[in-house]
Design a protein around this ligand. Structure first.
Ligand code: URA
Length: 434
């Protein structure tokens, strides 16, 4: 095989064979192809695209660059959920215990925050003692015991993706549907799952800002999952405003606890139940998504979902007392308010900028080495469609320093748009594809 010939083929818009893709991925993972050649391939794939077969071959090559976890010794069906990420998206913390309480195994390998978008691992690590770095034996032990486990990617899981993702990040080749598909699916398939529920976000706080792009990504993820014989359902959901009201790591754990205890309703509860309902349906414990949603609500109402969350936290070393009494969590040093300067309906929120504002307050990282302030973030008191009076509080900001708070406060208001007329709330679930 000749690397230059394969790059030339893709550059000229031709389709690559499975063995050519295999060769590229295994050689790059073994450090036998330099970054400059692999970058040229990535850009050719970015510009000319890859068809269904090529995307499936790329996923396979990336998947088998590492270990595929075998969960056959664990009885029952294994279903996971993957979201393409966004602001205030904490559904994993809610749906994993719900689905596990319904008898579905949820082996979840999650990521950290990326830019404006939060990450499940960082949220979980805001719980003192919670370990996300379990080895494979402990991963299996926890899921066997309680039906759910939430850990981070290990060096053995899809190592090709780790290398390729960092190269894409610095070669402007992230926003490519086949490359995103292979990256996501290689990690998810390595978990040893039978089925997957996909939550593809669209809107100002999402990777895919336009609905058509989100639809295309969802279809590509679906086709690839099916080519590996996995059961799959994809949802296209709104990311034009934060999901729920809390943004920031511990703040999001807090809001998830309140949803699991049945105290918080609204978009976060609705989406969590839809996704867990789909997991319960895919796992064969309900005859429709709707029935899966009803089961999810029952498990919240009878306290079993919250009990399951406590069990997961305990088995992964987290402080259960703080989950039972979340009010005892240490408070942020500085709390400030964003006050409305006018009467009107909130028409839009620049959700990407809100995510960046939360990062600025300390809830995310600017460099890989940055330490997260788990208490930092934003609580929205009003969302799109709500009427606000001049002088009313729109949001509260939590941080560790007056300077950070002041900086964010000076620009926060410009991320909001008001209207004198009533406005339509963006539809939460825009499409279901299966
Ligand atoms: N998430 C991933 O895991 N990979 C991508 O390429 C984009 C989002």
């Amino acid at each position: 095989m000749n690397t230059v010939e394969i790059i030339r083929k893709k550059r000229d818009g031709k389709n690559l064979e499975e063995n050519e893709i295999d060769f590229l991925i295994s050689s790059y993972t073994k450090n036998k192809i330099p970054d400059y050649q692999f970058s040229a391939f990535l850009m050719a794939a970015f510009l000319n695209g890859m068809n269904k077969e090529e995307t499936s071959s790329l996923t396979k090559a990336m998947l088998y660059s590492g270990k595929v976890i075998n969960l056959k010794s664990i009885p029952g069906v294994k279903i996971d959920k993957h979201s393409t990420g966004g602001v205030g998206d904490k559904t994993s913390l809610i749906l994993a215990p719900i689905a596990a309480a319904a008898g579905i195994n949820v082996p979840m390998i999650s990521g950290r925050g990326l830019g404006h978008s939060g990450g499940t691992l960082d949220k979980l690590e805001s719980i003192p003692g919670f370990r996300t770095d379990l080895n494979l034996a402990d991963y299996k032990r926890v899921i066997k015991k309680c039906g759910a486990v939430l850990i981070g990617q290990t060096k053995d899981i899809a190592p090709a993706d780790k290398l390729i993702y960092s190269l894409r990040d610095v070669t402007a080749t992230v926003e490519s549907i086949p490359l995103i598909t292979a990256s996501i699916m290689s990690k998810k398939l390595a978990e040893g799952i039978d089925g997957l529920v996909l939550d593809v976000k669209t809107g100002s706080g999402a990777f895919m800002k336009k609905l058509e792009d989100a639809e295309m990504l969802a279809q590509s993820l679906l086709d690839t999952a099916k080519s590996f014989d996995k059961k799959v359902i994809a949802f296209i959901t709104d990311m034009n405003q934060p999901l729920g009201n809390y943004i920031g790591n511990w703040l999001e754990v807090y809001e998830s606890i309140k949803v699991l205890q049945g105290e918080v309703k609204g978009d976060l509860l609705e989406l969590s139940k839809t996704l867990s309902g789909a997991m319960i349906f895919l796992g064969g414990k309900a005859s429709s998504i709707e029935e899966g949603k009803e089961i999810s609500q029952e498990l919240i109402d009878n306290g079993k979902a919250f009990e399951k969350f406590l069990e997961i936290v305990k088995l992964q070393g987290g402080n259960v007392k703080l989950i039972e009494q979340p009010e005892k969590y240490p408070k942020a040093k500085v709390v400030d308010k964003v006050i409305s300067k006018e009467d009107g309906y909130i028409k839009s929120i620049d959700n990407f900028k809100i995510g960046m504002a939360a990062l600025e307050l300390g809830a995310g990282r600017k460099t890989k080495e940055d330490k997260i302030d788990f208490k930092a973030g934003i609580i929205f008191k009003k969302k799109i469609g709500d009427f606000v009076k001049k002088g009313e509080i729109i949001a509260e900001m939590y941080s560790s320093s007056e300077a950070k708070s002041k900086n964010v406060k000076s620009i926060f208001y410009s991320f909001l748009e008001f209207s004198k007329e009533k406005v339509t709330i963006p539809e939460l679930i825009k499409d279901i594809i299966n």
